[in-house]
Write a protein that binds this ligand. Structure first.
Ligand code: CAA
Length: 258
């Protein structure tokens, strides 16, 4: 039995954390199942990946506290490395990723959402890094990604205080891009994924690569990353299709992934 349900419709892959009895808490098997689900798809055929959680309460309520309770420092280091490796794999997937956050996204759940390119959430979503209430730090990237997303001051406040943030505040601080009634969240996430999927996929991937590469570089080097991304597109048929279609006043062209 897998704790991750995988379904591909056209070029959109949806991975659903499926351990609702534990609010989709992330244990070693859930992490392995995310990896396996990604291994099982032909990523060249995927133009957007959606992550969400099964059940109505949680995206993921964090790393599994029962599984961590008796860990030694060495075991904790291995667990943190493992979670970070899986989330880094998600962050560096070549195509865009969207987290559809349908409830609690605490600890590792917030960290999973932050490893995605875009976060949309339901009105009942709650974000937070409650680790210091458990005597630990965030372990799957929270100390690093939260400050990059919402700024150092806000990230420090949230991590030191372990204060939870509801959907409207998450929206106002830029942690999420949109808030929807629960039943409209997945349709909205799919609509965004479909919109992304209609665009030239190699160009979209090149945009992601340029932004990911450039974000931590000095501007002159970052601009080089953009020049490489931009010029690389001129080696593709999709660039020719896209520009000829514009010049011929042709609408709704289909890009071909080449
Ligand atoms: N780990 C393990 N089990 C968890 C869990 C977690 N993170 N979160 C919830 N569960 C389990 C509960 O133990 C409970 O199981 P039982 O029915 O067997 O008792 C079940 O899920 C339902 O949870 P609750 O009864 O607690 O549900 P609630 O609605 O009363 O509360 C909640 C919801 C506020 C999210 C609460 O479950 C909670 O506070 N969970 C823990 C949140 C947390 O601290 N997350 C951070 C974990 S540490 C981490 O993630 C470190 C890291 O960065 C790697």
């Amino acid at each position: 039995m897998s704790f991750v349900q995988s379904s591909q419709e056209g070029s959109i892959l949806t991975l659903t954390l499926n351990r609702p009895e534990a609010l989709n808490a992330l244990n070693a098997q859930v992490l392995a199942d995310i990896d396996r689900a990604l291994d099982a798809v032909d990523l060249a055929s995927v133009r957007c990946v959606l992550f969400t959680g099964a059940g109505e309460k949680a995206f993921a309520a964090g790393a599994d506290i029962a599984a961590m309770a008796d860990m030694t420092p060495e075991e904790a280091a291995a667990f943190s490395r493992r979670g970070n490796a899986v989330f880094r794999r998600i962050e560096t997937l070549p195509c865009p990723t969207i987290a559809a956050v349908n409830g609690y996204a605490l600890g590792g759940g917030c960290e999973l959402a932050m490893a995605c390119d875009i976060r949309l959430c339901a009105e009942n979503a709650v974000f937070g890094q409650p680790e210091v209430t458990l005597g630990i730090t965030p372990g799957f990237g929270g100390t690093q990604r939260l400050m990059r997303l919402v700024g150092m001051g806000r990230a420090k406040e949230l991590i030191y205080s372990a204060r939870n943030v509801k959907a409207p505040e998450a929206l106002s601080m830029g942690l999420v891009n949109g808030v929807y009634p629960a039943e409209e969240l997945l349709p909205a996430a799919k609509k965004l994924a479909e919109r992304i999927a209609r665009n030239a996929p190699l160009a979209v991937r090149a945009c992601k690569a340029a932004m990911s590469e450039g974000v931590d570089l000095p501007m002159d080097e970052a601009i080089d990353a953009e020049v490489r991304a931009f010029s690389g597109c001129f080696d593709t048929q999709d660039q020719k299709r896209g520009m000829q279609a514009f010049l011929n006043k042709q609408k709704n062209i289909e890009f071909q992934n080449n």
